[in-house]
Design a protein around this ligand. Structure first.
Ligand code: PLP
Length: 403
């Protein structure tokens, strides 16, 4: 059966008629999901190695998270943060414990978490560092991805994310990713923070040179500049550590989490830092109507519990190494379209010498859901619960295409 044969025309037509044209989905309508698997409307089964951009670390509909959300729906779902509930403080305590931080701001989406981190860094710069109001600078990396709001696209170096959305937010200075000397050169008296993803996972799968994160930690500390890590995609086990900064003992001053924090079930993000840094904020400085609601907090708590109880970071390290090894056995000869296999843990990209799009469609026909990264990379970021048989399923199908 080909990908196009799985089209459910009615739904595709509805999408085209009523969805603003910001997404161009593949013509497959998923009707059910569980663990690492999708089923489409016709009952065809697909292994999900995309996991909604690394959101489904715990797999689809993890039974323990489903049980918690069902119970919570019968109890309390929304209070606003103008009043207290039991769930949010307990969730914040737990996420602080897990991430070795002191305080947290819950938000909804990843981009909101990034906006929050940028606000915190600027306010800290003015209040604590004495930067002149309006002059704060944040150093960001080439090929970064921090979201799609006006400010997060303002720090992007990808033109298509910005064009037509001007005027952009000022105050960002771009340096090449992985170049510590460039960061040193860019720091001046107005620099309040260096912001980066420890491994870039949207505009390429880019792992920085070994030692870079550690050096960055040292330089920012020495220069009195905050280190902000966007671990929205790399965090919560994805790279084989609970947080990617742990690979190099480069604990940031501000940590941003999202995606898997909501267990693939509910939108939830968070910004974590120290009491000292957050003391730059006062009541009323920041907030969001729905952020920090008890339903999200209950889901977040359950999502974190699954990651810890099922040792998903350790699993990602072991399975990731194995998958990387197996993919490296594919044909890498000069005539093969595979150029390089790269990544860490279960954040893997198969880089081709040609466009990846036709291969995504072929994989779909073979029962694998993936996605293109940067035109020529096939993304392998499956749920971290993926088992040996499922890895063999990937390898067998990849061998059919590239063996
Ligand atoms: C590293 C990183 N930061 C921020 C975001 C934005 O998150 P959201 O799409 O939830 O706004 C993403 C989303 O892909 C991401 O990968």
């Amino acid at each position: 059966m080909s990908a196009t044969e799985t089209v459910n025309d009615d739904f595709f037509k509805l999408h085209q008629e009523f969805s603003a044209p910001i997404y161009q989905p593949y013509p497959v309508v998923f009707a059910k999901a569980e663990g690492c698997w999708f089923w489409d409307k016709k009952g065809k089964q697909y292994l999900d190695v995309f996991a909604c951009y690394s959101t489904l670390n715990q797999g689809h509909r993890h039974p323990k998270i489903i049980e918690v959300i069902k119970k919570q729906l019968d109890k309390i779902t929304l209070t606003s943060r103008a009043y207290l509930n039991e769930e949010v403080p307990i969730f914040l305590q737990e996420i602080c414990r897990i991430s070795e931080m002191e305080q947290a701001i819950p938000m909804n989406s990843g981009a909101e978490a990034m906006e929050t981190a940028i606000k915190v860094a600027r306010k800290w710069g003015y209040q604590m560092k004495g930067v002149r109001r309006g002059k704060a600078e944040i150093i960001v990396m080439e090929n970064n991805f921090h979201g799609r709001t006006v400010t997060t696209v303002s720090c992007s170096t990808v033109d298509k994310f910005k064009e037509g959305f001007e005027p952009l937010t000022p105050g960002f200075v771009v340096v090449p990713f992985g170049d510590i000397e460039a960061v040193k050169r860019a720091i001046n008296n107005n620099t309040v923070a260096v912001l980066l993803e420890p491994i870039q996972a949207v505009n390429g799968i880019n792992v920085p040179p070994e030692g870079y994160l550690h050096q960055l930690r040292r330089v920012t500390q020495e220069q009195g500049v905050l280190l902000i890590m966007d671990e929205i995609q790399t965090g919560l086990g994805r790279t084989g550590r609970l947080f990617a900064w742990q690979w190099e003992e480069a604990k940031p001053d501000i940590l941003c989490l999202g995606k898997a924090l909501g267990g693939g079930i509910y939108p939830l993000s968070a910004v974590l830092s120290s009491r000292e840094i957050f003391s730059a904020l006062n009541p009323g400085d920041h907030g969001s109507t729905l952020a920090g609601n008890p339903l999200a907090a209950a889901v977040g708590l359950a999502a974190l519990k699954v990651i810890e109880e099922e040792s998903l970071a350790e699993k990602a390290e072991i399975t990731g190494k194995y998958l990387l090894e197996e993919l490296n056995k594919l044909n890498l000869s000069p005539i093969s379209p595979i150029k390089k296999i790269k990544g860490k843990g279960l954040l893997i990209g198969v880089e081709l010498t040609v466009e990846a799009e036709p291969y995504i469609k072929k994989l779909l026909d073979l029962g694998i859901v993936s996605l293109v990264v940067e035109k020529n990379i096939i993304r392998f970021t499956p749920p971290l619960i993926i088992n040996e048989k499922e890895v063999a399923y990937i390898v067998e199908r990849m061998s059919k295409l590239f063996g």
